[in-house]
Write a protein that binds this ligand. Sequence first.
Ligand code: XCC
Ligand code: SF4
Length: 628
Amino acid sequence: MTTLTDKLAACSITTDALAMLEKAHSDGVSTVWDRHEAQEPRCGYCDLGLSCRICAMGPCRIDPFGEGPQRGVCGADADIMVARNLGRMIAAGSASHSDHGRDLAETLLAVSEGRAPGYGIADEGKLRALAGEYGIAEAGVPALEVAKQLAEAMLDEYGMRKGRLQFVGRMPPQRVEAWGKLGVLPRGIDREVTEMMHRTHMGVDNDYVNILLHGFRTALSDGLGGSMIGTEVSDVLFGVPKPTMSTANLGVLDKGAVNILLHGHNPIVSEMIAQAVADPEVQAAARKVGATGLNLAGLCCTGSELLMRRGIPIAGNHLMTELVLVTGAVEMMIVDYQCIMPALTEIAGCYHTKVVSTSPKAKFIGAEHREFTPENARTLAKEVVLAAVANFPHRKPGAVNIPGTPVSQMSGFSVEAVLGALGGTPQPLIDAIVAGKIRGAVGVVGCNNPKVKHDHGHVTLTRRLIENDVLVLDTGCAAVANAKAGLKVPEAAELAGPGLREVCKALGIPPVLHTGSCVDNTRILHLAGALAKALNVDTAQLPLAGAAPEWYSEKAVAIAFYVVAAGITTFLGVVPPILGSPNIVKLATEGLKGVVGASFVVEPDPTKCADAIIGHLNEKRRGLGLTV
Ligand code: XCC
Ligand code: SF4
């Protein structure tokens, strides 16, 4: 018989999660794992991608055993259904990250027009460098004028009528030429997303290969468009990250302080909250209610943004967002958008926690809605923080339990910081790869998913990769998992293979480099482009790979598609809903190699996945004539 402890132990590898799962159980709070269990057995048609509800002649489904219907009412077969569903996932994921990027470009525009008190240009050098990339004459032009022209040029890229996205130029010419031949060069960000929705309407694109090619173009419009704009403009407004020490796990909450959690993805609101917390009036108010002060902690990608630039500690990743409330020590959770489970307000209601929503795009029943704009952000941030302070006396001391001791981590590896650590050029990294000290580099990215034991996929995979001299760059929820496992301090070099250990020690860096939030996967793409250009090869020739061991989100699908489009083979730990189409499975895992020079690999076992990645990197090394 499985005991409760056994059952909970199967949920997560982290002790803070397990402690809070037990508390949730005794507090009568149900979590994502309970709801996951209640959904079993899952619909087999949906799991395989063989259901369609795109139009009102349906819903339709296809029998995978060949006995029942093989076509929907309109005549769509398995290939069309799977391709349309996947295409729409890519469109939704690209739309999400790109719309986040748009919000940043609009904030930059507001700053340039003097409409955003509290915001400013934190890195003028980066602003001017980007302007140069966009062909904007900046020499001798005041920063705010440059900012205006850059913001407008970026906003134009959302609905561009001609030309191509500026950041395509960050990729090597061989790759750009290949995209041109395939017809997948992204034209405009909104345009590709809209076109995907159009093509997947009933009776438009009925060729699964053609739909998936447009999937690449849509994803590239995010990776070299909206997401990349999100990353770059965040750096201009809030600073280019540099290596910074901080901490991770639920232990970052402070029993004596007013705890405020920042959750979501976009740094626009959280940066203002971080400023407001430093206000002496706010600090005095906190002491007045008997708190020692205020304590900010991040969750998910908003957390990564704050961690990268301000060293604000991170409380947890996706599957920790409910459990952090179970500590009973959180006065307020401030959310922007994406990955904010609708269940959070109900759980917050079991404790004294207030949830505050801030974006007109993301409201929650049970949350207090305080809408932030560039114009009101500074004033509103202070009001909201004062409301958190006022909530401190409502804390139920008997219900508070903060598990664990914070684990140290080093964060802040922007492209600029990585190149800085290398002495200004990618050459030392290239030399280490050529000499075989570093076998290759892998981006370990993406979410948590209750289908996978929490953090087990990320940490098992990452450990085995670094043991085998593979440099790991991580983002998003994967980065939080690796930080909690202690893999992101310079001392973790001891866990790496001899070659990687030597390089890390010489540079004083960890073997796992945190490059940021999920929009910041574009930093990895940018770096891959820079490496390929320095070597005058195509990205597909480099010993690189992507991995998303615990992904759940549509955004992750878009990321995987732009990474594969860039010629970088990507390993998934969760099976995407495509198994219903053997043709698409064959294309994704085999056929694509001849098209983009990379493919998808699905391997749920993280140890086997690491070995497959190592094999893949060795193959790429042989292709370049390097030793294995
Ligand atoms: Fe969300 Fe970005 Fe996934 Fe984590 S990794 S669950 S998308 S928070 Ni972006
Ligand atoms: Fe059915 Fe075709 Fe309509 Fe989909 S688009 S619901 S397969 S009729």
